[in-house]
Design a binder for this molecule. Structure first.
Ligand code: MG
Length: 272
C-alpha cells in the first residue's frame, strides 16, 4: 500500500468544525512522504475555497491535490460534448470547469446536461428545464457530478445531487455518466495523478456506499471512519470495510500496523 485518498466532508471536518486530529494526520502523511489526494464530490465550492477552508483548520493543501467531479467531468465533456453544455451547478462551481464552453442557462439545446449539488437552487422549473433539454434532444448526455444521496449539514441531512440525477434518469429512461463517487472512473482519475494502481491505495471515507463500497468495487482498500454521516447501522448493510476506525486521528496507528513492505492489510488469513 502506497497512497491514500481522503474524502473531505465528514472525514476532515463536519460542516465548519474540524474533526479533532485531522491536521495532525495530514501532517503525518507529509512527514512520511505518503502520497495522497483529497477526493470529494463537493461541487458547491471551488477548490480554492476548499484549500482556504482547510487552511483555517491548520491543514495545508494545494489545489492540485483536490480531485473534484468538475475536474474529471471537464476532461470528459471536452471529448464528448459537440456544443456548449448547460450546467445545473452553483455559480462558483463553474470556475472549476476551466475553459469549457457553457450555453446560457435558458438555451434550448445543450451539448450535455451537467447536474451537480445545486442545493437550494433547485425548484420545479429548474429541474424541469434540465428534463426538457434532455427530452427534446434524445441522445444528449446527462453528466452527474457524483451520485451522493445526501450529506450531513450542520442543521441535519440534506439532499445531494444523486436524487435529482435519479429523477431525470427515471423520467427519461436514460442513464447518467457519473463523474464523481461512486463512479469508478473518478477513483481511476485520482489514482492516475498519483501514479499508483487501485490495489496500492486506500480510501478513507464516512459514506459506506459512495466512499467505502465504491472504492472497494474499484479495487482499492477502504477504511470507514465513525464521523460525519456514519451511523452504526451502516455496518449492517452487508458492506465490509477493510477497517473501521473512530476517526481520521487513528489513521497513523492503523497504517503503522500495516506497513507497505509487509503487504497490504486484508481480510485474508495470515496463514493460508
Ligand atoms: Mg464524506
Amino acid at each position: 500500500m502506497k497512497a491514500i485518498l481522503f474524502d473531505m466532508d465528514g472525514v476532515l471536518y463536519e460542516g465548519e468544525r474540524p474533526v479533532p486530529g485531522a491536521a495532525r494526520t495530514l501532517g503525518w502523511c507529509r512527514e512520511h512522504a505518503i502520497p495522497f489526494r483529497f477526493l470529494t464530490n463537493t461541487t458547491s465550492r471551488p477548490r480554492e475555497a476548499l484549500v482556504e477552508k482547510l487552511a483555517g483548520m491548520d491543514i495545508r493543501a494545494a489545489v492540485d491535490e483536490i480531485v473534484t467531479p468538475p475536474v474529471a467531468a471537464s476532461d470528459w465533456l471536452r471529448r464528448h460534448a459537440d456544443r456548449p453544455v448547460v450546467a445545473f451547478v452553483p455559480e462558483r462551481t463553474r470556475a472549476e470547469f476551466a475553459d469549457l464552453p457553457f450555453a446560457p442557462p435558458h438555451a434550448d439545446r445543450a451539448g450535455a446536461v451537467v447536474v451537480g449539488d445545486l442545493g437550494q437552487g433547485w425548484d420545479f422549473d429548474t429541474l424541469n428545464r434540465a428534463f426538457r433539454l434532455l427530452f427534446e434532444h434524445p441522445g444528449t448526455p446527462l453528466v452527474a457530478l457524483g451520485l451522493t444521496r445526501y450529506w450531513q449539514a450542520e442543521d441535519g441531512p440534506r439532499l445531494d445531487a444523486g436524487p435529482f440525477v435519479r429523477a431525470l434518469e427515471y423520467a427519461l429512461g436514460i442513464e447518467a455518466v457519473v463523474m464523481g463517487k461512486p463512479g469508478r472512473s473518478f477513483f481511476d482519475a485520482a489514482l492516475k495523478t498519483l501514479g499508483v494502481e487501485p490495489s496500492e491505495a486506500v480510501m478513507i471515507g464516512d459514506d459506506i456506499r459512495s466512499d467505502v463500497d465504491a472504492a472497494m468495487q474499484a479495487g482499492l482498500r477502504a477504511i470507514q471512519v465513525r464521523t460525519g454521516k456514519f451511523r452504526e447501522s451502516d455496518l449492517d448493510l452487508g458492506i465490509r470495510p477493510t477497517a473501521v476506525i473512530d476517526s481520521i486521528a487513528d489513521l497513523p496507528t492503523w497504517w503503522e500496523r500495516h506497513p507497505p513492505d509487509r503487504g497490504a492489510p486484508s481480510n485474508r488469513p495470515r496463514h493460508p
